[in-house]
Every structure is written in C-alpha cells, then in structure tokens.
Design a protein around this ligand. Structure first.
Ligand SMILES: [Zn+2]
Length: 226
C-alpha cells in the first residue's frame, strides 16, 4: 500500500563521518548581492569598495570539509568565457547551509595560468589593470618581457591585495618592464567553484537537518577591464 513503507532514516553521525573521511578541505565563501548593483538594470559600480566591481560581496570565509563526487564535463549554454565545462557534485555536513552563488575554493586543486599584461595599464574606471584574473594565486612561476628580461618573483615583482581583498595585483619592486611594454606571467592559482543556477537542497527529516547537496561549476573569472 502506498505510504505504508517506513522511511529509511538518514544516519546523521554516519553521514558526517563519511564526509570527514572522504571529503577535502575547502574554503567556503558566502555570497550576498552587493548593494552597489542597480535595481533598475542590474548594472554594478566597477570601482565599488565592497565587491571590487564583481557585483557580489563574498563574506565569512571558513575552511570546511566537503565531499566532491561525479566530476563531469558539459558545454555551458550561457556566459562563454566565464564558466568552463567542469561540473561536480558536492555534499556538505548538516551545519553548512550553502546557497546559490556561494563560492568554494578547494585546497587541492591548482590551476597553472598564463596571462599577458602591459606595464602601466589602467582600467577604464581608474586603478591598475596589472591584475591576475584568478583571485587565489599560489605562486608566480615566471615573469618575462619580449626583450628576454626575466623578473624574479619576490625580488623584482610581487602580488599585493586589490580593493576587494584578493592578493592578485602585480606590484613592481624594481623598475620592471618599460612603461607600455608587454610582459607575460605564468602562475599557479587555486581553482574556484561556485553554485551557479543550482539551488542547493537541504534535506530535513523530523526537524533534523541531514545533508546539503548541490552541483558546483568551476569558473574562469571575467576580466573586468576587457
Ligand atoms: Zn559592489
């Protein structure tokens, strides 16, 4: 008879242990829409102090254990250049109420990226355009200009914080390339994932929170000056 089957109760302590044993350390940033965003047309202030021109303020970063499963690839239908094809299922312990828009930066996943810059370049709204696109760089590996001058990380060049608090602005300790000259940078950065149009599901049974499940998408951040 329909409805006569006893529910299979989710075992919260067992689930917590499973996430602890098989999950990985991840920095979780909660998201809130930045008040600089226009209610009329959604436009954002590129020089906003709160969000750094991203339109979303990320707050309360905390290192948690999250369980990643079922990595898959899929061509995105929207926003080319912003999200890439990596999708992954993610399960969190009962106390982590994640929401759509939240950002996740796992400790284990490192990207190696190359970027091209112009010395002294500025953004249309002011401020430096010598800024790495990835927000969580781990190390500068190589910095060279077209004249085969190589610049040593930590001696000639370093990364400092931008207004939104990400350590990714290129700061020249020594003179660096001539003003207007192009140079390229190879660096390591932590991969970024976030909930993107995938409303997380928080499972509750008998007033007891059980598990939060969602899909995350790996992102390539947009250059705000391009
Ligand atoms: Zn803002």
């Amino acid at each position: 008879m329909v409805g006569s089957v006893a529910p299979k109760h989710f075992n919260v302590p067992k689930h917590r242990r499973f996430v602890e044993d098989h999950g990985i350390t991840t920095t979780w940033y909660k998201a809130i829409v930045c008040p600089c965003r226009s209610r009329k047309d959604g436009s954002i202030d590129p020089d906003c102090n709160l969000c750094g021109g991203e339109g979303v303020h990320y707050y309360d970063p905390q290192d948690i254990i999250a369980l990643y499963t079922s990595l898959s690839f899929e061509k995105p239908l929207s926003m080319p250049g912003f999200v890439d094809e990596v999708l992954i299922n993610c399960t969190f312990k009962d106390e982590h109420e994640v929401a759509d828009g939240d950002r996740f930066v796992p400790l284990h996943e490192i990207i190696v990226e190359n970027e091209l810059f112009k010395r002294g370049d500025t953004k249309p709204g002011g401020g430096t355009a010598e800024r790495l696109v990835y927000r969580y760089p781990v190390a500068l590996q190589k910095v060279i200009d077209v004249n085969e001058n190589e610049y040593i990380p930590g001696t000639d060049v370093e990364l400092i914080d931008d207004p939104a608090g990400y350590t990714r602005i290129i700061n020249w300790i020594t003179a660096g390339p001539a003003n207007g000259a192009r140079y390229s940078v190879r660096y390591q950065a932590r991969a970024e994932f976030y909930c993107f149009l995938t409303q997380p599901r928080i499972r509750v049974e008998g007033n007891v929170k059980q598990v939060t499940f969602t899909r995350l998408r790996r992102i390539t951040p947009l250059r705000s000056d391009s």
